[in-house]
Design a protein around this ligand. Structure first.
Ligand code: SF4
Length: 316
């Protein structure tokens, strides 16, 4: 049996500890694909709240961008980092986790003035049991200065940068209104790797008009670009998104559960043993989910995926 290298196993092997990421959603953050810098409206599937549990608690009236000259909400942001970290850590400690990475998850977490980013990251790193960071971002929202700084932090802490790859096909990226092309992903992922950073790539199976070959091609290219870790999930439709309109007009058909699991099994056969798997699906158990209904019960889906993987000689 091949044991898939999960995030937990990776850190158990590396540090001998149970490590967990603590998701953070900080007021003032947005995304260049939402604020009009590269596009408006965001990715067609984006309803950031459905991906970021802490987001509903934060202020959504004031937004920063990398050129903002002042940040009147920095104190509030620093308090949010501390409050959210401590509250979630308490829960995870009770579950037996020992050390934590602060996961800047919601929106684009390098899309703010550099001084703000430094203050927030360093605040997180000062908190008890925090051994590092994971920064979720877009490849069009990083630069040499940020990557060099993260590399500097990486000499003392565990530092990951997470890029939304989604697909390597520009046609698909256009269809989902991604606002950047695949070359941008390739360039900045390779650049991050050249600097020695740990990179996690997010990819989606079931994007509009993609075949299984295309989905697996995205995985293969992401591996070639050097990603250290992967997150995969099926495209699901939530209310109040452009994708919901497409779905209601019957112009988008979600991937079936069977096809998703089958693609996932093929993906794992391609995946090198040293690539850390951080996610094999995603789901949302509330009224905002429109389709597919099998994305409602994430835990059940994970157990089906585990069973299917076992049959193929893999333990997740
Ligand atoms: S990049 Fe992320 S935050 Fe920005 S629009 Fe797309 S999914 Fe939403």
């Amino acid at each position: 049996m091949r044991e898939i290298l999960t995030f937990g196993r990776y850190y158990k092997k590396k540090l001998g500890k149970r490590v967990k990421k603590i998701p953070l959603a900080i007021s003032g953050f947005t995304c260049p694909n939402i604020d009009g810098t590269v596009a408006k409206g965001g990715c067609t599937f984006c309803e950031n709240e459905s991906f970021s549990p802490n987001l509903e608690k934060v202020n959504k009236k004031f937004f920063l961008n990398p050129n903002s000259k002042i940040n009147p909400i920095l104190d509030k942001q620093l308090k949010e980092v501390e409050f959210q970290y401590i509250a979630t850590k308490r829960r995870y400690k009770n579950l037996g986790y020992e050390k934590f990475l602060a996961y800047f998850q919601a929106f684009t977490n390098t899309y703010a003035p550099f001084d703000t980013l430094k203050a927030l990251y360093e605040k997180a790193l000062s908190l008890e049991d925090c051994i590092g960071l994971s920064i979720g971002t877009r490849s069009d929202s990083v630069n040499e200065e940020i990557l060099d700084y993260l590399k500097e932090l990486d000499s003392k802490y565990e530092v990951w940068i997470e890029y939304g790859i989604q697909s390597i096909f520009d046609k698909t990226l256009e269809k989902i209104n991604r606002g950047h092309d695949s070359k941008t992903n390739e360039y900045w992922i390779k650049k991050s790797k050249d600097k020695g950073l740990k990179v996690c790539g997010h990819i989606i199976f079931g994007l509009p008009d993609e075949t299984q070959e295309m989905m697996l091609e995205t995985l293969k290219k992401s591996i070639e670009w050097g990603i250290d870790s992967i997150k995969i999930h099926p495209l699901y439709v939530v209310k109040n998104t452009a994708l919901a309109i497409e779905y209601r007009k019957k112009r988008f058909k979600p991937i079936s559960k069977q096809d998703y699991i089958d693609t996932l099994l093929k993906a794992f056969k391609i995946l090198p043993k040293n690539v850390v798997v951080q996610r094999v699906t995603a789901g949302i158990d509330n009224q905002t989910l429109l389709a597919p209904s099998w994305c409602k019960d994430k835990n059940r889906l994970i157990s089906e995926i585990r069973k299917a993987l076992r049959k193929e000689g893999m333990i997740y």
